[in-house]
Design a protein around this ligand. Structure first.
Ligand code: FHN
Length: 466
């Protein structure tokens, strides 16, 4: 077996070097000559999007958190590791994989209905099983009872729904023995590059490459930079997260100084309190406690928590990648669908205060958060002022103030020792979050030092899984 793998690896290396060079429309030298304006242009759709769907789907949905009759702790997609299942015992799950209720158009419609603008799905998680028709591993969806290329169907349906599609691809691979050993890692790395080349060649325009599992000891920033260059050579407009390198600083996901860090930071299951201005970042978060489906995990966050997390993230200039873990039958759990629809209802009225916004000029405020566009501030009120007066910590008075849900209803405001106060009345609007629009004069906004105590946005649970 080992000799076969080595020989296969050498053959693969030969194929892929022609494979990649044949498909490489841009020289690698061009990739890093990107000017700030070109970088901004490439990032623009993603910055405007603010909200995406993360999908963790794989063989792990079959055990769904249980193995040999026992409930296994940790995230559903980590069951092979947490239950110490040898690859030979785990791999036969592929013979059961048959998500007959998988409907790509339905998944895309659920994301669109929620107000999400992009989808990132696991093409291969740490278990090593590929959910796409790959030439570089027999351990893939075409060799299961299902026999359909899930990534082809979902990428087509996602674009048809007007959303961007992105690939999550794990550098860590528990199934491939070549990944585990330093001496054979170059063979695995070539296979990794070959599969990434397939994903960026055979499935049309890809918005995001979302790498993960970069913490393995064999991975380093040079390998990360080479992989980043491969992605941008095959699709110069693709956006690549910071986990392509070794720069994720733990779960807070921000980039350590120096080293190679891709295009944006990836805090996980947490929302940073403060973000350096001008940083591109995205919080990824589960809706319950697990990324991959786990039957027993019914600990779903409330819709209000999720809406306020989205607002909190956007108020700091970040994106929210909210996860769903489909069942082995190929269905997004009803608890997720229900919450996503409710978020979509809020976005249908208030999306203007999220899409295309940047961080507001204030830190988290006692009553809520603020997002911004040129000449406009959006006040997201979580806690309604009991006296009907909302204090905004700036003496730069607006030209106009009105509820986003009712632009015909102008609001009165007047200077106040802490900035200025808006008379919002005593009966609140949307209990999850009510948005007040402030049309501001051009020029800088002078921030009065706001009260120290900010509204505590819902805290998120520690990351399940790694
Ligand atoms: O180990 C994975 C985990 O299963 C999940 O995919 C998360 C999502 O960002 N990433 C890793 C943990 O950081």
């Amino acid at each position: 077996m080992k000799h076969f793998i080595l020989a296969a690896g050498l053959v693969v290396a030969l194929i892929s070097s022609t494979f990649v060079s044949a498909a490489a429309p841009t020289t690698q030298a061009d990739i890093f000559a990107e000017t700030p304006a070109q970088h901004d242009a490439r990032m623009q759709w993603w910055r405007d999007a603010r909200f995406g769907m993360f999908i963790h789907f794989g063989l792990y949905a079959i055990p769904a958190g249980q193995w040999n009759g026992k409930q296994i702790k940790g995230a559903g997609e980590w069951i092979m590791h947490e239950a110490k299942i040898p690859p030979d015992e785990y791999a036969p799950l592929a013979k059961q994989f048959n998500p007959t209720k998988f409907d790509a158009a339905k998944w895309a419609a659920i994301a669109k209905d929620a107000g999400m603008k992009y989808i990132v799905i696991t093409t291969k998680h740490h278990e090593g099983f590929s959910l796409f028709a790959t030439r570089y591993s027999d351990y893939n969806v075409m060799n299961t009872p299902f026999k359909r290329d899930i990534m082809k169907e979902l990428s087509d349906a996602t674009r048809a729904a007007g959303l961007h599609i992105g690939w999550y691809h794990s550098i860590l691979d528990w199934h491939d023995p070549n990944q585990q050993k330093d001496e054979t890692f170059p063979i695995y790395e070539q296979r990794l590059r070959n599969q990434v080349s397939e994903l960026l060649t055979n499935y049309g325009p890809i918005g995001v490459m979302w790498f993960d599992g970069e913490w393995i000891k064999q991975w380093n920033d040079q390998r990360g930079e080479d992989l980043y260059k491969l992605c941008r050579t095959l699709q110069p407009s693709v956006i690549v997260n910071n986990r392509v390198g070794k720069q994720r600083a733990g779960m807070n996901g921000f980039t350590k100084t120096g080293g190679f860090s891709g295009d944006y930071a990836t805090p996980e299951q947490t929302i940073p309190a403060v973000v350096p201005p001008g940083t591109d970042w995205e919080t990824c978060m589960t809706m319950n406690d697990t990324w991959g489906y786990k039957k027993e995990d019914l600990n779903f966050k409330s819709t209000r928590t999720l809406i306020r997390d989205l607002i909190d993230i956007a108020s700091k200039g970040g994106n929210f990648l909210l996860n769903v873990g489909p069942t082995a039958e190929g269905e997004i759990p009803p608890q997720s669908v229900e919450r996503l629809h409710a978020i979509g209802e809020w976005m249908r009225i208030n999306g203007e205060a999220i899409y295309g916004t940047t961080a507001g000029p204030f830190p988290p405020l006692p009553w809520g958060r603020v997002t911004a566009k040129e000449g406009t501030l959006y006040l997201h009120i979580f806690d309604w002022p009991k006296n009907g007066r909302l204090i905004v910590p700036t003496r730069t008075m607006p030209v106009l103030a009105y509820p986003l849900a009712d632009p015909s209803h102008s609001l009165m405001f007047h200077l106040n020792p802490e900035g200025f106060a808006i008379d919002v009345g005593k009966s609140r609007g949307d209990a999850d979050a009510t948005v007040i629009v402030l049309k501001m004069p051009s020029g800088p906004i002078d921030v009065v030092k706001p009260p120290a105590k900010a509204t505590t946005h819902p805290t998120t649970k520690p990351a399940a899984g790694k």
